[in-house]
Design a protein around this ligand. Structure first.
Ligand code: NI
Length: 177
């Protein structure tokens, strides 16, 4: 089922989400299915459960080619539950981000350049990956949602925050969030 995506200003996006305690349940599988349907419909690169009003530490992300991020590399389709992120160095980098909960806007956001993410899939299998670049950025963005953090609060220079159609007129507006 496709859910509506909560938008910035909704206090449910500011909560600390609860850990998942039971894996491989019908409820969890339904949540994951709904999240993928909702993300794909919105042409999103990722989605966190709190964005559809479910206060659990569940994120999904991944895509082959995404019209909202035409230059982004492929990121494998991933379900990540109860994630723990560990930066692999002190290095950070700035990159453009958008969010389905902040439609129509993009901002330049600093993130760790490389990190390890650990957690579980919906069956309870452990996941551990070392990633960098856009993959690392997407994971950090999605996991921020689990702690009630939306990317605009991380922008250092608010002159680097604006409407996608103005900043990136070459992107197809029909594909924008
Ligand atoms: Ni987001």
């Amino acid at each position: 089922m496709i859910h509506s995506i909560l938008k910035m200003g909704d206090s449910r996006l500011l909560r600390i989400a609860e850990p998942v305690t039971a894996f491989n349940t019908a409820e969890l599988h339904q949540l994951i299915e709904d999240m993928f349907e909702t993300m794909i419909r919105a042409s999103g690169a990722g989605l966190a459960a709190p964005q559809i009003g479910v206060n659990l530490r569940v994120v999904i992300f991944g895509f082959r080619a995404n019209p909202r991020y035409p230059d982004a590399p492929v990121v494998p389709e991933t379900v990540l539950i109860n994630p723990v992120l560990t930066p692999l160095s002190e290095q950070t980098e700035e990159g453009w981000e958008g969010c389905l909960s902040v439609p129509g806007l993009r901002g330049l956001v600093p993130r760790w350049s490389a990190l390890r993410y650990e957690g579980f899939d919906q069956f309870g299998n452990a996941i551990c990956r070392d990633v960098d670049g856009f993959h690392a950025r997407v994971v950090q963005h999605e996991c921020d949602h689990l702690d009630g953090v939306l990317y605009p609060t991380r922008i250092r220079d608010l002159t680097q925050f604006g409407f996608t159609e103005v900043l990136f007129p070459e992107l197809d507006p029909a594909e924008d969030d």
